[in-house]
Ligand binder design. Sequence first.
Ligand code: 3PG
Length: 208
Amino acid sequence: MNISEILLLGPVMPVIVIDDADLAVPLGEALLSGGINAIEVTLRTDAALNSIERLAKELPEICVGAGTILTEINAHSATNAGARFAVSPGTTHLIINACKAHNLPLLPGASTVSEMLTLHEAGFTAIKFFPAAAAGGAQFIKSLASPLPHLQFCPTGGITYNTASSWLALANVPCVGGSWLAPAHDINQQNFSMITERAKQASTLKRP
Ligand code: 3PG
């Protein structure tokens, strides 16, 4: 699947920070049973790569991506772990080239119009808008629909269940990202039924 197809798997992509790889599959099952089909596991913890590996092997029904890709090594390790896509908070040539070299679809991060234009020149049509709330909010992305009609955005950063709808109402936002469904403390405490409930709520948010 390419990034545009992945962004259509559901209106919300959970952003996961996981500390214990033993909890990766139970977490994936909890999200899947709540209707979530794609997740971003951030490479911010020692358990992240092992978690991606277990999810890719043991729960292939869920499309697992690696987030917080900052370096070539991150792209290489994510590919080896079985990530099906990569997400970066901002984007450099090194990140783009490393993902290309591994045939790893990249959702590249950007927060300014010039960065977005540079990504479009590099062939990208789907972009992570990060940090979404702090960098301008839904009004910012709404303002881009007319001058940048070829671009789609996955806003992430500071989005909650209560604010997700205002983003999803925009024609250029197929999906939002957020950690609210499965925050690290709920994963650590194995509050999986609560995570499933939030996943159900999130996965039934409506797009226009
Ligand atoms: C992140 O970088 O952690 C993601 O953008 C998620 O942000 P959030 O925790 O504000 O949802």
